[in-house]
Write a protein that binds this ligand. Structure first.
Ligand code: PLP
Length: 323
């Protein structure tokens, strides 16, 4: 054995996590997980269907039982607003509801401001707890304020909410792990107690946070020149993505590619949920060397004007040859 680590034996699976993994795989409607020693009621967390692939894992590892609510309608390639309202309306009061603040990943489909208002009313009337994931602020519309509207609407009504915010994308600090969890509480007294609980969680997890990335963000946010420069750069990035959407849509229209491709320009943010199926994606990779996830999601940020004709050719061929 050449490796110094050749004699290292396979560690046993975490016995508690193993139980939860088996539980999650079991399709039985009567299943019951008594393995995890975490206090829970029948309320749990509701995540959109579909959502970022890490969400179910993160919340499962946190000991929550994860349920989903209808979000994306493949028929319209838009929001299943009725399904969303029905599912969140039927969820037991006090449920945690995960919401993408803007630029929903992977669908690129966001509620309109009017729809956000209705979602807010429903969540508040049911006593649900909104948990925002804000990973793309500035990328959706090019404006930090416009992309924060959903969160601010919930903060403004005086109710409580949580927001997990990432600077990985909008400041290009992926490797630095910079973000913030903000918990809005009704009173200062409650906030002090909640903070004390967070400290208990933090201490054995990472103890003290890395400082470098956070210093970069703080420096930019505190300096008005740098802050304005950042906003201009963000807008340029968002505009470039929007322009890619129009170029791709125009190229498909010019080719007469069968189907309605207007969702490419209606969807928002970094991703387009093209509606291409797994076979079509595999065809495009094999014949055109275009790589994307098998659910048909393409990152508009990875596209440029020169490559648009090649992508349009590939989509056209995939749709006309394999459908
Ligand atoms: C919705 C969403 N939340 C969170 C993240 C990750 O953020 P971070 O890299 O700061 O953990 C991503 C993507 O990587 C994402 O798409």
């Amino acid at each position: 054995m050449d490796s110094v680590f050749g004699n290292v034996v396979q560690a046993p699976e975490d016995p508690i996590l193993g139980v939860t993994v088996a539980y999650n795989k079991d399709p039985s409607p009567i299943k019951l997980n008594l393995g995890v020693g975490a206090y829970r009621t029948e309320h749990t967390i509701y995540i959109p269907q579909p959502t970022w692939g890490n969400h179910p894992k993160v919340f499962m590892m946190a000991g929550l039982s994860v349920k989903s609510y209808r979000y994306y309608d493949p028929a319209t390639r838009g929001l299943d607003f009725q399904g969303l309202l029905e599912d969140l309306g039927a969820a037991p009061s006090g449920a945690i509801v995960l919401l993408h603040a803007c630029a929903h990943n992977p669908t690129g489909v966001d509620p309109t401001v009017e729809q956000w208002k209705q979602i807010r009313q429903l969540l508040r009337s049911k006593g649900h707890l909104p948990f925002f994931d804000s990973a793309y602020q500035g990328f959706a519309s090019g404006s930090l304020d416009a992309d924060a509207q959903s969160v601010r609407m919930f903060v403004a009504d005086g109710g409580e909410c949580l927001t997990a915010q990432s600077f990985a994308k909008n400041m290009g600090l992926y490797g630095e792990r910079v973000g913030a969890l903000s918990i809005v509480c009704k009173t200062a007294d409650v906030a002090t107690k909640v903070e004390s609980q967070l400290k208990l969680v933090i201490r054995p997890m990472y103890s003290s946070p890395p400082i470098h990335g956070a210093s970069i963000v703080a420096t930019i946010l505190k300096d008005s020149d740098m802050y304005n420069e950042w906003k201009v750069e963000l807008k340029a990035m968002a505009d470039r993505i929007i322009s890619m959407r129009h170029q791709l849509f125009d190229a498909l229209s010019a080719k007469g590619t069968p189907g309605d491709w207007s969702h490419i320009i209606k969807q928002i943010g970094m991703f387009t949920f093209t509606g291409l199926n797994g076979d079509q994606v595999a065809f495009m990779t094999k014949e055109y060397h275009i790589y994307m996830t098998s659910d048909g999601r393409i990152s508009m940020a990875g596209l440029n004007s020169k490559k648009v004709p090649h992508l349009a050719d590939a989509i056209h061929a995939a749709v006309t040859r394999t459908s």
